[in-house]
Design a protein around this ligand. Structure first.
Ligand SMILES: [Cu+2]
Length: 376
C-alpha cells in the first residue's frame, strides 16, 4: 500500500490527495454519489451523549422507519490516560473515547454529519461496520480540517457493530489513538431470547476498550509529545511490536472505577455493549453472569446464556444482558487479568439493594485457624 502521509522537516503532514489514495487502495475504487438521494421519511434528530451513557431510545418501536440524524465531529487533543499522568496525543469522535453509541432500529436510515473542525491537523473519515458499501462509508466521508460530509446508510442488520476512522495507511494509529465507537441496531420489536420471548433492559451502558502504545524513554518512563506529528514515528515503532502500554475501558485507566463506577440496582437487567476496534477481549463480571450474551453482537442469532466470560473479536462489538443479584462494587474486567490489573482494563458497577443470603452467606468470617487439624 502507498504512503498516505508525508513527512517534511520531521513533521507528519497529511493531505487529502495522499489520504484519498490510501482510501482508494483500501476500497479498490473510489465511489462518489451522483447526488444525495431524496428520501421521504420522518426525521429524528438524536443528541448523542458520552459513554458509558447512551442516548434515550425506545427498545421496541411501533413507529415506521425514520431517518435518524446524528452529528459526529473529530477532536484531536491531549488526554491523560493513567494515574501517573501519562499523556496521549488522542484522536476522538465527539471528544470521548470511545465515540458515542448510536442507537437505531432495523430499517431506519442513519444520517451522520461528520465534521473535522479546522482546529485539527489531520484528515479523518468513518467506517461503519453496520453499513454496506464504500468501505462502510469511509470513502464518502474523508475530510480535511475545516470540512464536513454527510453520509446516509440503511440499517439492514440488527446487532451491535463497531465504527472507526480508516484514513488509509494511518488507520491503525487513528484507531489506537481513540477513534472508534459503536452502533446498536435494535430489532423493531426489541430483543428476544433464544425461544423468541422478549427481553428488556432497565439500563444500558457502553464500554469501548482501547489499546494504547505509548513510547518510553531510555529510563522506561512514558514519553510525552507536543503534537500528534511528533508522536507518530515513535508510536508506530511501539505499535509494530503489538505490545500495548495500556489497555483501557473508556479512554483511561480508572475511567469507570471508583467514583466513576456505573450505577445499577439489584434486580435490574443491564445491557452492556462492549466494543474493541483493534484487539480481542474477553469481558467477565466478577461475581456475576452474562445471562444473555450476543457474543458476536448480532441479534439475529440466539443469545448464549449464563456465561462466565465471553469473547469479543477485535474489530467488533458484543452485548451482554445481566441481572444484578447482589449489591456492592462489581468488577467488570477483561479476563486476561494482566490486561485488567496491569494495563487498565477494569470497570466497576456500583450496585445498590438488599443482599440475598440464600445466594451467598459468610458462614465464618476470616480468622485464625484454631483447630489442630489445619485443613478444617
Ligand atoms: Cu482519524
Amino acid at each position: 500500500m502507498g504512503q498516505a502521509f508525508e513527512i517534511a522537516d520531521g513533521k507528519v503532514t497529511i493531505s487529502r490527495r495522499v489520504a484519498l489514495r490510501g482510501a482508494a487502495l483500501l476500497a479498490g475504487a473510489l465511489l462518489a454519489p451522483a447526488s444525495a438521494w431524496a428520501l421521504d421519511l420522518p426525521r429524528h434528530k438524536v443528541e448523542l451523549v458520552a459513554p458509558p451513557f447512551v442516548h434515550p431510545h425506545e427498545q421496541a418501536t411501533k413507529l415506521g422507519p425514520r431517518i435518524m440524524e446524528f452529528r459526529l465531529w473529530v477532536e484531536e487533543k491531549t488526554i491523560v490516560i493513567d494515574e501517573e499522568g501519562t499523556k496521549l496525543q488522542a484522536m476522538t469522535f465527539n471528544g470521548s473515547i470511545p465515540g458515542p453509541l448510536l442507537v437505531v432500529h432495523e430499517g431506519d436510515y442513519v444520517e451522520v454529519t461528520l465534521a473535522n473542525p479546522d482546529t485539527n491537523v489531520m484528515t479523518h473519515n468513518i467506517d461503519f461496520h453496520a453499513a454496506a458499501g464504500a468501505s462502510g462509508g469511509a470513502d464518502l466521508t474523508l475530510i480535511n480540517p475545516g470540512e464536513r460530509a454527510v453520509l446516509r446508510w440503511k440499517a439492514t442488520r440488527t446487532g451491535v457493530f463497531a465504527y472507526h476512522c480508516i484514513p488509509g495507511a494511518m488507520t491503525p494509529w487513528h484507531i489506537t489513538s481513540g477513534m472508534s465507537g459503536a452502533v446498536m441496531v435494535l430489532p423493531r420489536d426489541g430483543l428476544k431470547d433464544g425461544a423468541g420471548r422478549p427481553l428488556r433492559y432497565d439500563r444500558v451502558y457502553y464500554i469501548g476498550e482501547t489499546d494504547y502504545y505509548v513510547p518510553r524513554d531510555e529510563k522506561g518512563k512514558f514519553k510525552h509529545y507536543d503534537s500528534h506529528g511528533d508522536a507518530y514515528m515513535d508510536t508506530m515503532e511501539v505499535m509494530r511490536k503489538l505490545v500495548p502500554s495500556h489497555v483501557v475501558f473508556n479512554g483511561a485507566v480508572g475511567a469507570l472505577t471508583g467514583r466513576n463506577a456505573m450505577p445499577a440496582k439489584v434486580g435490574e437487567n443491564v445491557l452492556i455493549v462492549h466494543s474493541q476496534a483493534s484487539r480481542d477481549t474477553r469481558p467477565h463480571l466478577v461475581g456475576g453472569f452474562g445471562d444473555y450474551v450476543w457474543e458476536t453482537g448480532k441479534f439475529s442469532n440466539p443469545p448464549e446464556t449464563n456465561l462466565e466470560t465471553w469473547f469479543i473479536r477485535g474489530g467488533s462489538a458484543g452485548a451482554a444482558l445481566t441481572k444484578f443479584l447482589q449489591p456492592g462494587i462489581v468488577g467488570y474486567v477483561n479476563h486476561n487479568m494482566i490486561e485488567a490489573f496491569e494495563l487498565g482494563a477494569t470497570a466497576h458497577f456500583r450496585v445498590e439493594g438488599p443482599w440475598n443470603d440464600d445466594l451467598m452467606t459468610q458462614v465464618m468470617a476470616p480468622g485464625p485457624i484454631v483447630s489442630s487439624a489445619a485443613h478444617q
